[in-house]
Design a binder for this molecule. Structure first.
Ligand SMILES: Cc1cc2nc3c(=O)[nH]c(=O)nc-3n(C[C@H](O)[C@H](O)[C@H](O)COP(=O)(O)OP(=O)(O)OC[C@H]3O[C@@H](n4cnc5c(N)ncnc54)[C@H](O)[C@@H]3O)c2cc1C
Length: 415
């Protein structure tokens, strides 16, 4: 441990950003108190990556992030790279497994290892942990900060880090309190919206095929204009549609819904076929297997559930005999298979979202220190800021990197 810095630091939020900041500041010798509203720390870490925690990504770039000023992440990512995270994790006893596509997981493949390593490191560095302590207000008097919860905390702090995360997943501690604290210091909070979230469709179809899962190419249309195409799993549900490809397009879809844009998706259920080849194939089969119904004919290409519903939606009676298939009807069916359009009504909401877009405006935070430009000694890290990443470990990496940067500054910068 280095020479003790004279600073006493309060960190609000015991998630990824708060834990990284607490360990880093304590290692620098600061006195660190960490406040967490939940009964236990790191609830989102524990629930992340389907219990495996996609902790980071070896291929990090600013283009993996969104917000009003995505370039805000530049310094942070350069200052704390994936390799530095890997080294840091090793120093606290946590080994990582790097997949070919760049995603990193704990070697144990268990999110529990991540939560346990970070919590144990914080304790062994001397961080004082206060769980079940919701901070509702922060007050600054003569260069000292005071925290308020149910009661005022008597301890005066030199610096405060707001690492309260976002409203996503309230069941795991998602909360808007950090935004209110930021606003009380004059910060602007940009409208928040759920991201990496399932979508609700305006259709009578999805309910009928609820449970059907397939690999498809999903195209997002905003006000009728093509915006993004992503290939991956989709899953029809009672409320609409889910799956990795849907989560991936949800960032832009949700932001557009917030701005009252018309949002729709087009599903290509058979991306390996082009329209002409599919049409020719269907017509040929309709002759050689003319005694089949159209539903049976299509079920050799698509799931049975989807085949019948898609035919109905294309205004083709599923029990029609294949031999009756005309060129025009074949085109109608192919159009649905290659571009099944659905209007998106809304997202599945913060409760089901992995992250939130919007948050504390990065225009009012120093990107090289994470310090507030409105109030000396006040810092921000993690998802509370108007930065949201793609799926693939990017959100955690920003939390680690911004927590690390803020901690170094809080522990060492003299005013
Ligand atoms: C189900 C799920 C799966 C995910 N999987 C991944 C993944 O695999 N990879 C990835 O990169 N990202 C993933 N994410 C996103 C990732 O969890 C977040 O981006 C990350 O946790 C943000 O870190 P943070 O420290 O900013 O906020 P959080 O981890 O949310 O931590 C904030 C903490 O502050 C506490 N808090 C809030 N307000 C107060 C207050 N007023 N007083 C005291 N405490 C307070 C909260 O209880 C919480 O513990 C997932 C999210 C969810 C919900």
């Amino acid at each position: 441990m280095q020479n003790k810095t004279p600073f006493t630091i309060a960190i609000i939020g015991g998630g990824a950003a708060g834990l990284m900041a607490a360990i880093t500041a304590a290692k620098e010798g600061a006195t660190v108190h960490l406040y967490e509203q939940n009964i236990a720390l790191a609830k989102k870490i524990l629930a992340s990556g389907n219990g495996r925690c996609n902790i980071s990504n070896a291929r990090l770039s600013t283009t993996d992030y969104f917000g009003e000023k995505p370039e805000f992440v530049d310094f942070c990512l350069k200052n704390f790279t994936f390799e530095q995270l890997q080294k840091f994790c090793k120093s606290i006893g946590l080994f990582l497994n790097l997949l070919d596509d760049g995603r990193a997981y704990p070697l144990s493949n268990e999110a529990k290892s991540v939560a346990l390593s970070f919590e144990s490191a914080a304790k062994s560095c001397g961080v004082q942990l206060f769980t079940e302590q919701t901070v509702t207000r922060v007050e600054k008097t003569e260069a000292k900060f005071y925290l308020h919860g149910e009661e005022k905390v008597p301890q005066a702090y030199d610096r405060v880090l707001i690492a309260t995360g976002s409203e996503a997943a309230p069941q795991l501690g998602g909360s808007a309190l950090g935004y209110a604290i930021a606003e009380s210091f004059g910060h602007t909070v940009l409208a928040t919206y759920p991201s990496l979230v399932q979508l609700h469709l305006d259709s009578s179809v999805h309910e009928k095929i609820s449970g059907a899962k397939l690999e498809a190419e999903v195209t997002l249309y905003l006000n009728g204009k093509k915006e993004q195409t992503i290939k991956g799993d989709i899953l029809f549900t009672k409320y609409g549609i889910s799956g990795f490809a849907i989560l991936d397009i949800s960032q832009k879809a949700s932001q557009a819904l917030l701005n009252y844009e018309r949002v729709s998706i087009g599903l290509d259920l058979l991306p390996l076929f082009d329209r002409q080849a599919l049409s020719t194939q269907l017509l040929a089969l309709s002759q050689s297997l003319g005694g089949y119904t159209m539903a049976t004919l299509l079920s050799g290409l698509l799931s049975i559930k989807i085949a019948a519903t898609l035919l109905e939606d294309a205004k083709v009676e599923p029990s029609t005999l294949a031999k009756e298939l005309s060129i025009k009807t074949a085109k109608q069916i192919v159009s649905k298979i290659k571009d099944w359009r659905f209007e998106v009504k809304e997202t599945h909401g913060f409760k089901h979202a992995e992250v939130s877009g919007g948050g504390v405006s990065t225009a009012e935070v120093n990107a090289k220190s994470m310090e507030s430009l409105k109030c000396k000694g006040l810092y921000f890290a993690g998802e509370v800021l108007d930065i949201v990443g793609r799926r693939g470990g990017y959100n955690f990496h920003f939390a680690w990197a911004s927590g690390y940067l803020a901690a170094k500054e809080m522990a060492n910068t003299k005013f």
